[in-house]
Design a protein around this ligand. Structure first.
Ligand SMILES: Cc1ncc(COP(=O)(O)O)c(C=O)c1O
Length: 421
């Protein structure tokens, strides 16, 4: 009898042991997508374009917590759902390929992914972090890891001189967001990789804002990429998820063990939702960006707006750098209103644009970083980074750009009525 993971009673469908998708990325050449296809094709089909057992075009949701062993010492490759699940494995293979890495790991949230990778380091290790970054990352590092003896330096990583000056012999990693959340500063990924590699450390890039459609940090020398998959990757404001992508066998062994031990791995249904979201990543990202530029330009012309931050402006301080490391500028815009009293009126008057804490979905969302995403950052540090009472962040959705602008227009007119000229 052949060595199969299923028997002949299932209508002749069998899953030969050597056909079982490896939980890592060693793909069966018979069922995996041609490695040469372009990114817009890859996102549609995923790493393995159909279920090898049934031919299902949509990857099945393997809603099973555990898997039957064919015999003692034998396994289908799937043992227990915390460690490995076929739907999650397909998503992990897919994100690895989209981000140009060898390995992908899927977590319940972006913070789950960041929390896992920080465990690669030890008390006494020094980590340099972008000072302008998602407030939840600050809270995790500051509130939970600093007390254990991890040492963090929070600096403006868009200045490579400041990064160089912050390096110490015990620096083990450089964690950057580029473009940064919410000030849209751009950090030189290649230069950071070169600096940190000189002393054997890792460069970690949070690539949430641009997504792999516009930027692939591993190609520029980064060692690990993290994502809040909740945002552009899933893309529909309907699920949470997080990812780490990298290409190192040593890191893979450590990270898989952390994922399995901590248990923050992504559930099968959520993995399926993200896989479905990724199918339209190319179309969505192009539309997000196509909408963002005219909205950012329009905002700039408004008398009630003091300043607009968007890396696609030619006078953005790192515009040229962006052009050398990214293929686009994305859909995120931040702006200062002149009168802080306008913020509350704006947020309550917008009707199409939803006042909610997230980004990267098909619906346009507006966020007040001071009270929401960056509320955990102490005031002096927050203000130094530029997150003041006047700052508002807009995630341009994929609606009609003119409708988004009209909504902003009517909300600014309401501000004028309530707060005067
Ligand atoms: C840039 C960035 N990284 C990480 C996270 C955390 O992701 P999650 O909310 O999926 O835990 C966020 C959340 O807003 C984010 O904006």
């Amino acid at each position: 009898m052949s060595d199969t993971a299923s028997n002949s009673k299932n209508g002749g469908l069998s899953y030969p042991a050597d056909h079982c998708p490896d939980p890592g990325v060693s793909l069966d050449p018979d069922v995996s997508l041609d490695p040469g296809v372009s990114l817009d094709t890859l996102v549609v089909h995923g790493a393995v374009p159909f279920d090898p057992l049934t031919g299902a075009v949509s990857v099945p949701i393997y809603q099973s917590s555990t898997f039957r062993h064919p015999g003692l010492g034998r396994s289908t490759g799937y043992d227990y759902g915390r460690a490995v699940n076929p739907t999650r494995s397909e998503l992990e293979r897919t994100i690895a390929r989209i981000e140009h890495g060898k390995y992908g790991l899927a977590f319940a949230t972006g913070m789950g992914a960041i929390s896992a990778l920080i465990k690669l380091y030890r008390p006494g290790d020094h980590i340099i972090v972008s000072e302008d970054l998602y407030g939840g990352t600050y809270r995790l590092f500051h509130d939970y890891y600093e007390p254990y003896g991890y040492i963090f330096s929070w600096i403006d990583t868009s200045s490579i001189d400041l990064v160089r000056a912050a390096l110490r012999p015990e620096t083990k990693a450089l964690f950057i967001e580029t473009p940064s959340n919410p000030m849209m500063k751009v950090t030189d990924i290649r230069a950071c990789a070169e600096l940190i590699h000189q002393q054997g450390g890792h460069l970690i890039v949070d690539n949430t804002f641009l997504s792999p459609w516009f930027q692939n940090p591993l190609d520029l020398g980064a060692d690990m990429v993290v994502h809040s998959g909740t945002k552009y990757l899933a893309g529909h404001n309907d699920t949470l998820s997080g990812f780490i992508v990298h290409s190192s066998g040593v890191l893979e062994e450590a990270l898989r063990n952390i994922q399995k031990s901590e248990g923050a791995s992504l559930a099968p249904f959520d993995a399926w939702l993200v896989l479905r979201g990724i199918k339209t990543l190319a179309l969505r990202m192009e539309r997000h960006e196509k909408n963002a530029l005219p909205i950012a330009r329009w905002l700039r012309e408004q008398g009630r707006v003091e300043k607009v931050f968007y890396p696609g402006f030619e006078d953005h301080p790192q515009y040229r750098l962006s052009k050398t490391q990214s293929r686009g500028f994305g859909g995120m815009i931040s702006f200062y209103v002149k009168n802080p009293a306008d913020v509350a009126v704006l947020l309550r008057s917008l009707s199409l644009i939803l006042f909610a804490e997230s980004l990267g979905g098909v619906e346009s969302l507006i966020t007040y970083p001071l009270a929401q995403t960056h509320g955990a950052i102490p005031e002096p540090m927050r203000i130094a980074a530029g997150v003041t009472e006047k700052l508002v962040r807009l995630s341009a959705g994929i609606e009609n750009a003119e409708d988004i602008i009209s909504d902003l227009d009517q909300a600014f007119r309401r501000c004028e009525k309530e707060n005067g000229l």
